[in-house]
Design a protein around this ligand. Structure first.
Ligand code: ZN
Length: 241
């Protein structure tokens, strides 16, 4: 079926619909990328907890170690106190008493260290709680943003379905061979299958068209393609016929 002038005007509308559709699809495609970027932010933020957690474990380990040492010293003191009864010489008795005194002093030192470590553990615990609250707040805010983006994506997808339906109607109103040729050209020419002829020039590639092509485009009864970019030439909107 030979195309009419009206068909070429419709073709221009189809081209516009496709351009809008492409922009909408690009917008939808951005959402998963944005979500992935936010998930990475969440992961990085959550990683902040690891350092303070490691510190907390390290303080606990040091405290445990000192407690074990203290228990060993106390055990030794008890043993040496029992040994006092079996000692025969005065010198040996005095030496053992001295040892017990030293051990008691060591226990006292360890007690001090353990108390300090308890304070340190408490400080770390507070720090940990602070960081956790900060992370939780951040994660909550970012998760909220993700939910917003996903809701927006759903809206856009619904919009896309409507636009696609509109596009299909325009497409179906065209002669089948013209519509098919348009689709093929659009596919080959980076999504743009139609070019407006403005002052005898292809508006896509800026190539001046031969006079016969210009005449044919103005008549609008045959398909004319640009010699240079191969797009379907259509008389520019508002141009004198
Ligand atoms: Zn061209």
């Amino acid at each position: 079926m030979a195309p009419t002038k009206e068909d070429f005007a419709v073709l221009l509308r189809l081209q516009k619909a496709d351009k809008d559709l492409d922009a909408l699809r690009a917008k939808i495609a951005e959402v998963p990328e944005d979500v992935a970027a936010i998930r990475l932010e969440i992961e990085e933020e959550s990683g902040k907890h690891a350092a303070v957690y490691a510190k907390s474990r390290e303080v606990q380990a040091r405290k445990k170690d000192r407690e074990n040492s203290m228990a060993q010293k106390e055990e030794l003191i008890r043993k040496h106190q029992r040994d006092l009864n079996q000692v025969k010489s005065n010198e040996a008795f005095k030496a053992l008493l001295k040892e017990i005194d030293d051990e008691k002093a060591a226990v006292g030192d360890l007690e001090t260290v353990i108390l300090e470590l308890m304070d340190e553990a408490e400080a770390v615990r507070k720090e940990e709680a602070g960081i956790k609250a900060q992370i939780d707040g951040f994660v909550k805010e970012r998760e909220g943003h993700i939910a917003e983006l996903e809701a927006k994506k759903t809206d856009l997808e619904n919009e896309l379905a409507q636009w696609e339906e509109g596009r299909r109607k325009i497409f179906d109103s065209l002669p089948a061979d013209l519509a098919a040729f348009y689709d093929k050209t659009r596919e080959r020419r980076a999504g743009v299958g139609v070019s407006q002829l403005k002052e005898n020039t292809c508006s896509e590639c800026k190539m001046t068209q031969p006079p016969q092509a210009v005449v044919n485009v103005k008549k609008g009864i045959v398909i004319v393609t640009c010699d240079s970019c191969q797009r379907i030439l259509v008389l520019a909107e508002g141009a004198p016929a």
